[in-house]
Design a protein around this ligand. Structure first.
Ligand SMILES: *Cc1c(COP(=O)(O)O)cnc(C)c1O
Length: 346
């Protein structure tokens, strides 16, 4: 094998970024209190409060499914419902965990262009029924960046907030790719979270270069009151919590998290430009680190035969080409070269 190949299957195919790795190693000295009572966990929580410019409550769990499910369970009673886009990870990729951890809260889905919910679609689901037989809508879940690689603007989130507030709905944000959204929009994190009505954010780190672990950030601090119990009962309280928390220190210093996300976005932009030059149809506006491209089956097979990996089951068809913090320009170029050759021969 020559230089290692980087795939476009998912940003969680990528390894641990050097900054996170160094911070992890730096935490591996002496003994430290367990279950989150350590200085690393406290420091990361403080740094996140600085980043979001507010006094939020911060928790760490092992993965995004747990973060989303436990956060949503906090917002809802079992007879409530959660409104999300029909392509939302909480609906399609969490094996019913949001329903499971909330003891039956039903997920209601709405369609929407480019993977986004809009205020009218939310209101339709709420107004559809008002009787006792319908699970009472209680929360809206937004994915930022979305499952199809688009990004909600500040105004779009604020418009959803205005409608949600009038309908008595709380707002959860699935931020598995929150960093890519912030990098894409060029806004302060607070502008697309608590200043736009988000009650709880699941801030993903794994896809941006952490080994494991997501932060659950409550902007409405009252909601966080018994969240620690929820985490423990769900098997999400890490006894050596410092090793989930510490890598965040490397990520949060010197805007590393934003730099890695911006890089992934830039690599996706490079991919998009090159594929458009080859007349490959691009399915959604490319706003973050994913490109959804349409390749014929023979081209897809040819790419796979040449060792490339990518998903075709996410979103509404097409091949998802996901760039990561470590995607190199030459990886994109090598992929595009193979596409060009296959387009000629297929
Ligand atoms: C990856 C991802 C998650 C988290 O998935 P886990 O495998 O549970 O960590 C959540 N939401 C979205 C949109 C994702 O892409």
């Amino acid at each position: 094998m020559g230089t290692p190949k980087r795939f476009f299957a998912s940003d969680n195919y990528a390894g641990i970024c050097p900054e996170a790795w160094a911070a992890l190693q730096a935490a591996n000295v002496d003994h430290a209190p367990a279950y989150g009572d350590d200085e690393y966990t406290a420091r990361v929580a403080d740094k996140l409060r600085e980043l979001f410019e507010t006094h939020c409550e911060v928790f760490f769990v092992f993965n995004g499914t747990a973060a989303n499910s436990l956060a949503l369970a906090t917002l809802c009673q079992s007879y409530h419902s959660i409104i999300c886009h029909e392509l939302a990870h909480v609906e399609t990729d969490e094996c019913g965990a949001p329903e499971f951890f909330s003891h039956g809260t039903k997920v209601l889905t709405a369609p929407g262009a480019n993977g986004k919910l809009d205020p009218a679609a939310i209101e339709r689901l709420v107004r559809k029924r008002s009787d006792i037989h319908y699970p009472k809508p209680r929360a809206v879940s937004l994915t930022q960046a979305t499952e199809v690689g688009t990004v909600y603007t500040v105004d779009e989130i604020r418009a959803i907030w205005a409608r949600a507030r009038s309908l008595g709905l709380r707002i959860h944000m699935d931020g598995a790719r929150f960093a890519n959204a912030v990098a894409s929009l060029g806004v302060a994190p607070k502008e697309i979270t608590w200043q736009a009505g988000v009650d709880v954010l699941c801030f993903g780190g794994t896809k941006n270069g952490l080994p494991v672990g997501e932060a659950v950030i409550f902007f409405d601090r009252e909601l966080a009151a018994e969240f620690a119990y929820r985490c423990k009962q769900a098997g999400q309280l890490a006894s050596k919590m410092r090793f989930i928390a510490a890598p965040w220190l490397g990520m949060l210093e010197n805007h590393t998290w934003l730099r890695h996300a911006a890089h992934a976005n830039a690599m996706a932009a490079r991919m998009e430009t090159a594929l458009r030059e080859l007349q490959v149809p691009i399915l959604f506006p490319r706003q973050a680190n994913a490109v959804f491209a349409e390749f014929s089956l023979p081209v897809q097979e040819g790419l796979r035969a040449r060792g490339w990996r990518f998903y075709t089951f996410i979103g509404q068809g097409g091949c998802r080409l996901m760039c990561a913090w470590d995607t190199r320009p030459e990886d994109v170029d090598a992929f595009v070269t193979d596409v060009r050759e296959l387009l000629k021969s297929c």
